[in-house]
Design a protein. Structure first.
Length: 219
């Protein structure tokens, strides 16, 4: 009986420690997003049809409102032309291969890590966040706006009061030191979650030997 009691106490303490660790991780990600300055990272495209760099050679946007091959995509640091373009099958994600590599100083956006629910707890569906997460987005005209992400399933859900016709393809990202791309607007309030489709996106980008990278949360 004494041994059983000892094991039960040890199990309870272990569970308490796990809960405390989870809460600490959650606060780390949420607090950093809440306190981050509202700025446009170099990986985010400017102007109509939007998009975001995910490798030095590739950007993504909305397939239903995509940049045509040969079009120029503008960034704060300069411009690149679309050399090739491919739609990720079964999605509204368009992957662009650029005519030149982005400057070495430009940091492509990352996508959510495989264990993201450990840092951003969800309900039983594994989709809806228990707490809304601050993110940033652009409009086609270039204005920067705050939003909050509410779900991260196959598609993401976010507040889109500012989004109108013509804003498709504009990215939604978490304002962390290494920007984390949530996705690009397909509809008013949602779009494909980039982390959900990373295998399919990587297949498209792998021809150049580069693939999008996971975010690494600082613990």
């Amino acid at each position: 009986m004494a041994e059983l009691k000892r094991r039960m106490i040890a199990a309870i303490r272990d569970l308490q420690a796990r809960v405390a660790t989870l809460e600490a991780r959650t606060e780390t990600v949420y607090d950093r997003c809440e306190s981050a300055a509202a700025t446009i990272p170099d990986c985010v495209a400017l102007g109509s049809r939007g998009g975001c760099l995910i490798t030095p050679w590739h950007a993504v946007g909305a397939a239903h409102y995509s940049h045509p091959v040969g079009a120029t995509i503008r960034y704060a640091w300069g411009e690149r032309r679309v050399a090739e373009s491919e739609t990720v099958a079964g999605t509204d994600i368009q992957v662009y291969r650029l005519d030149q590599q982005a400057p070495e100083a430009v940091q492509p956006a990352r996508y959510l890590p495989w264990d993201w629910p450990k840092h951003l707890p969800t309900d039983r569906t594994g989709k809806h966040l228990r707490r809304r997460l601050r993110a940033l987005t652009l409009k086609a005209g270039g204005s920067l706006h705050e939003t909050t992400v509410s779900s991260l399933g196959e598609d993401f859900g976010a507040v889109a009061d500012m989004i109108q016709t013509g804003d498709s393809g504009q990215p939604v990202w978490l304002p962390l030191p290494e920007p984390v791309l949530v996705g690009c607007w397909q509809y008013r309030g949602s779009g494909p979650s980039m982390h959900h489709w990373w295998r399919e996106i990587s297949r498209v980008t792998a021809e150049l030997g580069v693939v999008p990278e996971e975010a690494v949360w600082n613990q």
